[in-house]
Design a protein around this ligand. Structure first.
Ligand SMILES: *Cc1c(COP(=O)(O)O)cnc(C)c1O
Length: 370
């Protein structure tokens, strides 16, 4: 991933077709007072449509409403669907910003290529975020640590059961106000390591933000819950020996010697924006950081010996999540004292300070939406 912000050409203009029945300010205030992840949605959604002749067209912001879809739409049969996840943060002066959205835009294009879908130009991706956030500005929470979660996605809508890439696609962005992931301070999560299931394999779709990867992760995630654990961690499908990632978060290991490592991108790991940003922050600090192979056996030995001090997961939703316990068939270990460590906490604070405008944005990571 490039570390410099892009200069992006102006994209297509989004026509705003305002909802005739938006929430009243009272209804909105009630919704914003009880923020749970992905439950409440704003009044509008941004959209564009792709056909072979017109390419991307009909860029618009319209009422948030059920989509009209043929039961034969190919997404419902062959799962051509990709998505993104990022947030809009309100700063103390009322302005609204997002964190490295051009990286999400490029990843969305890369996911599209892997799923044989048309790429949405980076400018159109960024324009959709601005258009939606401008329209639903009142929905961007001002409360501490809260933000507006943005969910761009693309689906294949052609009514056709033949197995080939669809000829028609819809791009949609919906938005959901969310509270801070940890409303009551850091709560370390417990992780179950899946040894009989994988989320992605060599040559597969693991590096794309593709709904099907999540579908594949649900059964092992359910098994993790059944064992009493919060989340599942996957190992590489080729050898079953090396750490890959959680169902929707990347993972880092902090050594007692200060060395920080994360699984190298193998083609079956999703390259998180949070992961890249953490790697850059640590490297700039002069920290010894490595993208490398992390055998589960080595990690367990390190946790037992105390050589490994902290393990954490990272992603847009939670930013950074301490992992306090790691278990699987035949092992169950506590990381350090089971609580969050200083490296994990420090990274959480640094990233959220930049995102919420409390610290100088020295990297040009923030892009103003409104
Ligand atoms: C989205 C996602 C992540 C985290 O990516 P961020 O850009 O940091 O939010 C990690 N793993 C998977 C599988 C994902 O889908």
């Amino acid at each position: 991933m490039s570390t410099q912000p892009d200069v992006v050409d102006a994209g297509a203009a989004y026509t705003v077709l305002p909802s005739s029945s938006p929430c009243t300010s009272e209804e909105r205030a009630t919704a914003l007072a009880d923020l749970r992840f992905g439950v409440t949605f704003t009044d509008h959604m941004a959209r564009a449509t792709w056909t072979p002749d017109a390419q991307w067209h009909a860029h618009r912001v319209e009422r948030f409403a059920p989509l009209q879809l043929s039961p034969a739409a190919s997404v419902l049969h062959y799962a051509q669907e990709i998505f993104e996840g990022l947030k809009a943060y309100r700063h103390s002066d009322g302005s609204v910003w997002s964190f490295r959205p051009e990286v999400n835009a490029r990843r969305f294009a890369a996911s599209a290529r892997r799923l044989a879908m048309p790429e949405l130009p980076v400018a159109d991706f960024l324009g959709s975020l601005t258009a939606l956030v401008e329209t639903d500005l009142e929905w961007v929470p001002a409360s501490d640590g809260a933000s507006l979660y943005l969910r761009p996605f693309m689906i294949a809508t052609e009514p056709f059961l033949g197995v080939r890439p669809s000829h028609v696609y819809d791009y949609v962005v919906i938005a959901s106000p969310v509270g801070p992931y940890f409303a009551h301070g850091f709560q370390p999560v417990s992780i179950w390591v899946a040894q009989d299931y994988h989320r992605a394999g060599p040559g597969g779709t693991g590096a794309a933000k593709f709904g099907g990867n999540y579908a594949a992760s649900l059964l092992p995630q359910q098994a993790a819950h059944a064992h009493g654990f919060d989340q599942v961690c996957f190992l590489d499908a080729a050898t079953g020996a090396n750490l890959e990632e959680l169902g929707g978060m990347n993972v880092f290991v902090v050594g007692a010697d200060g060395r920080v490592s994360t699984p190298a991108l193998t083609g079956s790991i999703l390259e998180g924006v949070t992961r890249s940003s953490i790697l850059q922050l640590l490297a700039e600090d002069g920290c010894d950081v490595a993208e490398t192979q992390i055998p589960l056996a080595d990690l367990l030995a390190g946790i037992r010996s105390g050589e490994v001090r902290e393990v954490f997961a990272c992603g847009t939703a939670a930013v950074v999540t301490p992992i306090g316990r790691l278990a699987g068939e035949g092992f169950d270990v506590t990381v350090g004292d089971g609580g969050p460590g200083p490296v994990t906490e420090g990274l959480y604070r640094r990233l959220t300070d930049i995102q919420f405008g409390r610290a100088a944005d020295q990297h040009g990571w923030m892009r103003q939406l409104v």
